[in-house]
Design a protein. Sequence first.
Length: 523
Amino acid sequence: MTKFSDLKLDPVVLSAIADAGYETPTPIQAGAIPHALEGRDVLGIAQTGTGKTASFVLPMITLLGRGRARARMPRSLVLCPTRELAAQVAENFDTYAKYTKLTKALLIGGVSFGEQDKLIDRGVDVLIATPGRLLDHFERGKLLLTGVSIMVVDEADRMLDMGFIPDIERIFQLTPAATRQTLFFSATMAPEIERITKAFLKNPARIEVARQATASETIEQRLYSIQPTRRDQSAKQKREVLRALIQSEGADCTNAIIFCNRKTEVDVLAKSLKAHGFNASPIHGDLDQSQRTRTLDGFRDGTIQFLIASDVAARGLDIPAVSHVFNFDVPSHAEDYIHRIGRTGRAGLKGKAFTIATPADEKYLGAITGLLKMPIPVGTLPEGFGFSEASQQPPRERDEKPSRGAPSRSRGGASRSRGGERPAPKPLPEPIETAEPSSAVVDVPEAPAPRAPRPDHTARTEPRTEKRTEPRNAPRPERERRESGGTVRGMGDHVPDFILRSFRTAAQAAKDGEPEPDEGSDA
Ligand code: AMP
């Protein structure tokens, strides 16, 4: 088995690795590092969680060990799709470069230009950036990319999803093609990604680590399919199911990431959970950077127990011990299911991933079970669970603004939950949306729903690509506004094709059962 000491890394890098407690390189590290150290381009097909960050940071530190940074001309560049991922790469860099004198700057949105300008002016060895903010600095004349000898593109598939490919192409063109070494990482190779790599990589060493098409065996997956009694109360009834599941897990649920498909739902759910006495905080791209950082830090150090997240905000985040993942919404892209549940059960720890589904999710579940090549085992709702009386009435304003101490109104009828008569569930911490026994909770049969193929990346991206290209020439404030949340709050950059053709309100889209994917969190 390859050891780090076999990899011809700088001894100071080896010392830092030893301090971090890593003994053996992961497959992507063992595959990519030797080629990178030889100066070859690398095409790494690997997902987050495989150790891919170190597979480019370690050789970069070694290669940059000689030479000095010049003002406004960074020697290397790492592009990340989101601020959080960029910050995570910067942390990795600090860890592995601690015995060197290399300097770095992190260029992400939500942080003032002034401090970033100062760092660039002094000269940095490593520039870690999101594409939007990097181009903003470039356009302000503060940055020259002609000194970049190593360029890394991290999570290229997510860049594609977020419409950053035109920015990436432009950045490639601003760096010196003849002398640049490129390390390019993507979890999947969509045709558009293939095209970029053909255009900008020179005879790359292709390292593909086993695709995580099957979920880790340390993750216990469960599917809770419910039949909402009212379509307009579906979200409320899902929240009741979620709370009941959390409560039934008791002390086993030390912390959890709860995924929603829409930013608006992230906010609503976080507020609702807080109102019910849960220690929950939202994270998505409409929140300002300092708030997102505080929330993540709080979740990492245990002061926040429940992180309510959108896919983009949580993608690639390295949070070592998460006991549970809840899919409040079934993800509309099957691969997101794998990414989401992969937040738990890491590093050999046990984890649980619970998914709440309604009949509207059937086609997404079909795609997920197709990817997993197995059905998600069906879970049984906690004994005695039933929808509250309130959730079976037409929605009222009060439903979203829980009032304290409101008496619960039961139908007084017998529970028609699966399994027959059951005792009333134990009261929730703040019984606003009461959970009294009712009918309508059913488990779906184990047979997988018909498989729906994942939409072609290229087709899905076209409108976003146009959307991104156009504002790049727009005045900076306009572009920042779009990149940090889009023209319509809550819609984001991941605007599906149908919305670009004919815009409808989020409420109408939700009513029609359309997902509102999350935004890019760059800028
Ligand atoms: P990444 O895929 O870069 O997000 O890394 C996932 C996690 O693996 C991070 O917590 C890293 O610190 C950790 N890691 C990276 N390389 C190794 C290694 N060789 N041995 C053990 N853990 C590692």
